[in-house]
Design a protein around this ligand. Structure first.
Ligand code: NAD
Ligand code: DAU
Length: 352
């Protein structure tokens, strides 16, 4: 049994599905179901006794204490977070509350639970904290990629809140001996990603004939990793990672945003051609830049490859093809997430 938090979100739900298909041991899934959490992601698990979903907050200490006591998990994998940089710029409060205060409460309960374990259960317990490459800040075009030794320099309220949580996780190991592991991963893409993020936003806007809003000059660089590969890496770290260590995870796919958007457009041109040979790329519009927009992220994933033998299975070409096909094949899922809160966000952030 493991306790997964945030397992109804994009990466968390992919992780729960992969975990049950591979490891197969039961999962308790604690998720607050914010706008980003969606039980439809887990619809294929309906009736599966190995999946126990609990709606709740990682900051609810009584609930977390109860779940730990009742289910006696051998690990906690913490995905729960506010995850969207633009939202953190418009309103940082929820980011501080969940990413910092929530993680603190979760750590406190994990510490108490771990202290009460004995023998192999005590020795084998792990707290795996899922973090981001954004904590390292922004790189220049020719700077070397982030390693695990790169100093933290977060630039957005989101990355600052993730950095704060990483520091707490580290401190709970050094001070209290909590057996922690931290992963810092680059940009994920794939099924079930909420369409506020670049790739699904571009796919859905293009299909609706709406503008494709590229921030600034479109030359900011991100490293893209297919979500299944991230989930495999987390399983590897959980199984074999050295306690107290951090592991960078990346896809080895550095691309400008413009390259990514044009790739999406080319795949849509192939799958859903527009009349008169027009390309979806004609919908690209350069819009006002994100405040404090980090220019480039790049991951040196040498440590996880050397120590744990992990390398991504998917190339960007194969992963993005699968992703575009997934969104085309799941209109009901898209419909379910692009109403209500989503409409409000798009109107507030992009105007009309
Ligand atoms: P997401 O926004 O899609 O999902 C977050 C999930 O956490 C949602 O299901 C939400 O309901 C839940 N949640 C939020 N606040 C909660 C709370 N207080 N208690 C319980 N549940 C809560 O995010 P994601 O993209 O799946 O990211 C998951 C994790 O991975 C985050 O910690 C994020 O920082 C990290 N990460 C994301 C990426 C990426 O590219 N998306 C890359 C590296 C690291
Ligand atoms: O690097 C890992 C991080 O990747 C994760 O920690 C975050 O949770 C995740 O959201 C992601 O952050 P980014 O800010 O890089 O992702 P986003 O999809 O929001 O944006 C990717 C790039 O595309 C970024 O340079 C901003 C740009 N962009 C984004 C949107 C939504 C646009 O040009 N237009 C847009 O409309």
């Amino acid at each position: 049994m493991i306790l997964v938090t945030g397992g109804a979100g994009f990466i968390g739900s992919n992780f729960v599905l992969q975990w049950l298909a591979t490891e197969g041991t039961p999962v308790v899934n604690l998720d607050k179901l914010t706008y980003a959490g969606n039980l439809r992601n887990l619809a294929s698990l309906e009736g599966d006794p190995r999946h126990c979903f609990v709606r709740g907050d990682i900051g609810d200490r009584a609930l977390v204490a109860h779940l730990l006591e009742a289910h006696q998990p051998r690990a906690i994998v913490n995905f729960a977070a506010e995850s969207h940089v633009d939202r953190s710029i418009r309103g940082p409060e929820d980011f501080i509350q969940t990413n910092v205060v929530g993680t603190f409460h979760l750590l406190e309960e994990a510490r108490a639970y771990h202290a009460g374990l004995s023998g192999p259960a005590h020795a084998g317990f792990r707290f795996l904290h899922v973090s981001t490459d954004e904590v390292y800040g922004s790189l220049g075009a020719h700077d070397p990629a982030f390693t695990e030794a790169t100093a933290y320099a977060p630039n957005s309220p989101y990355s600052a809140s993730k950095a704060a949580s990483d520091h707490l996780v580290r401190a709970y190991h050094h001070t209290y001996g909590l057996p922690v592991l931290t992963t810092n991963c680059s940009n994920n893409y794939g099924p079930f990603q909420f369409p506020e993020k670049l790739i699904p936003l571009m796919i859905l806007n293009a299909l609706r004939g709406q503008a494709l809003p590229v921030y600034g000059d479109g030359l900011n660089v991100r490293d893209w990793l297919y979500v299944d590969d991230h989930c495999s890496a987390i399983r590897r770290v959980l199984a074999h990672g050295r306690v107290g260590e951090t592991y960078n995870i990346g896809g080895g796919n550095e691309m400008t945003n413009l390259e990514v958007v044009k790739t999406v457009c080319a795949l849509l041109d192939e799958a859903r051609p527009l009349p008169a040979g027009r390309s979806y790329a004609s919908l690209i519009q350069f819009v006002e830049d994100r405040a404090g927009h980090d220019r480039r992220y790049a991951i040196d994933a040498g440590k996880i490859e050397r120590e744990l033998g992990f390398r991504p299975a998917e190339s960007f070409e194969s992963g993005i093809r699968k992703t575009v096909a997934w969104y085309l094949d799941h209109p009901a899922w898209v419909e379910s997430v692009t109403s209500g809160e989503y409409v409000k966000w798009v109107a507030a952030h992009y105007g009309t």
